[in-house]
Design a protein around this ligand. Structure first.
Ligand code: FAD
Length: 452
């Protein structure tokens, strides 16, 4: 057992942990980052599969994500825009395929009117929410007691309108069934991106990518830390008290004045805390759970949809792959489509064989792009549900009533233990931007406490 001493021990080498480590170093504190996996990046992971570079985890950057944009620029990384020339595709309830341009997709005029009306109401409600403190809204308790689905169905009995309004924060973001989380949780998701309208605007929320992949952010941040990043070190025990922390893995013991838990809150219970964490944290952590989405990558010899005048942007609440985009790499002659299969559809797919899953998913993509979609040269499913050190995708959110009840304690330090992760962010919630913000926040709290 190797023993080392640092000012701060950081558990997790994702965007949050590595940002915190770099900030602490800048402030003159020493750090050790302990990472369970054999790589850094956590939910950011760029890999080459059968000769194709794929972003298995997070990849897109939107214009409101200042913290991420600053970091990308500071690391000297280049970005490029998602391909978006041409028609988008919407598949309606009867399976009819519609091509369209602009923001409003082709539905009956009455459905369009309802969608516009509810969107405007949602934008108003979201504007009243502080994403860092949604529980402080006067109606927070009421909005946390009704499911997202039930609230939408109170606004209209137009099922197509409800399904389309629901999926922006449901299948597309929190990746849980819309009866499994509250209106307040949905409003937080929208507020974290500035507005509900921003969230449904693919050109906004899925604006840019980093040339070479977004995992370069954690890779470059880790490079600056050199030997202070320790891979293959799942943290097993964290002893804490007035004197600081002692953090133990199978091979290492690190003593420090502070610790940062920089990973998804669903994994806190993998660590034995001595003494146990307070009652409030025991309770609160049980009310957070990961959503689940399969990110599907299909690479073709050419981006054949572009020749048909299609942008690649496609969605339908009636399709297995509820949304799909042109995800071709920068400068690559081949074309890549990325599709997403969320929550219960994802559960159901994993009861099938790999062959059947592939067939069902490509069938769904073919509804948007035509028969050619059924024959990719490379096909890959990102399955974060089976990753021991993540356990779902994209991130964690509260169950019904949990956000209002426990939200205020989510980021509160417990003695020398601080918490940082995208899953507890306000702005940038569930995104890399939020992870960076939380890393910065934990670091600045520790710097302040260390000077007290
Ligand atoms: P993580 O990345 O989860 O890092 C936590 C780290 O802690 C991991 O490396 C883990 O191995 C480690 N760890 C856990 N437990 C222990 C332990 N006991 N001991 C030691 N180490 C431990 N965001 C965007 O902004 N844009 C996108 O387009 C986007 N798309 C996504 C697509 C997918 C498929 C997924 C999965 C996520 C996506 N996200 C996206 C979300 C984004 O990737 C995450 O919000 C962000 O990367 C989380 O960073 P983090 O540092 O908070 O946590």
């Amino acid at each position: 057992m190797v023993e080392i001493t640092r000012d701060v021990v950081i558990v997790g080498a994702g965007a949050a942990g590595l940002t915190a480590a770099n900030e602490l170093r800048k402030a003159g504190l020493s750090v050790a980052v302990l990472e369970a996996r054999d790589r850094v990046g956590g939910r950011l992971w760029t890999d080459v599969i059968d000769g194709a570079m794929l972003e298995i985890g997070g990849q897109w950057v939107s214009p409101d994500q200042d913290a991420l944009i600053e970091t990308v620029a500071e690391l000297g990384l280049e970005t490029f825009s998602r391909y978006r020339e041409g028609d988008s595709v919407y598949v309606g309830p009867d399976g009819a395929v519609h091509r369209f341009t602009g923001e409003m997709f082709p539905v009956a005029p009455e459905t369009e009117r309802v969608i516009a009306e509810v969107t405007s109401l949602l934008d108003q409600m979201v504007s009243e929410i502080d994403p860092d403190r949604p529980w402080e809204h006067p109606k927070a308790a009421e909005w946390d007691a009704i499911t997202w689905d039930a609230w939408l169905r109170e606004q209209t009995d137009d099922d197509e309108a409800v399904r389309n309004l629901a999926f922006a924060t449901g299948s597309a973001m929190l990746t849980k069934p819309t009866h499994a989380f509250s209106l307040l949780q949905s409003l937080l998701m929208a507020a974290s991106a500035g507005s509900y309208s921003n969230l449904v605007d693919a050109d906004f929320i899925l604006d840019k990518r980093v040339v070479g992949g977004l995992q370069q952010v954690p890779l470059l941040l880790a490079e600056r830390l050199g030997d202070d990043v320790h891979l293959n070190q799942p943290v097993r025990t964290l002893e804490w008290g007035d004197g600081g922390v002692t953090v133990t893995t199978d091979d290492l013991t690190v003593r420090g004045r502070f610790a940062i838990l920089a990973h998804a809150p669903v994994l806190y219970n993998r660590i034995s805390f001595v003494p146990a964490l307070p009652r409030r944290q025991h309770q609160l952590h049980q009310h957070l759970s990961m959503g689940f989405v399969i990110k599907v990558h299909a690479v073709y010899e050419t981006p054949f949809w572009r020749e048909k005048g299609l942008s690649g942007t496609a969605f339908s609440p009636y399709e297995l792959s509820h949304e799909a985009y042109d995800n071709s790499n920068h400068g690559d002659e081949r074309g890549t489509l990325v599709g997403f299969v969320s929550d219960q559809n994802a559960d159901d797919l994993f009861t099938l064989s790999a062959e059947e899953r592939k067939e069902r998913i490509l069938e769904s993509l073919s509804h948007y792009y035509g028969e050619e979609a059924k024959n990719p040269v490379v096909y890959y499913e990102s399955d974060w549900g089976s990753e021991e050190w993540t356990r779902g995708a994209y991130a964690a959110s509260f169950d019904m009533g949990g956000l209002h009840r426990y939200g205020p304690d989510l980021r509160e330090a417990v003695g020398p233990i601080h918490f940082a992760c995208s899953d507890m962010a306000g702005a940038g919630y569930q995104h890399v931007d939020g992870a960076i913000r939380m890393g910065r926040l934990a670091a600045s709290s520790i710097v302040e406490a260390s000077r007290a």
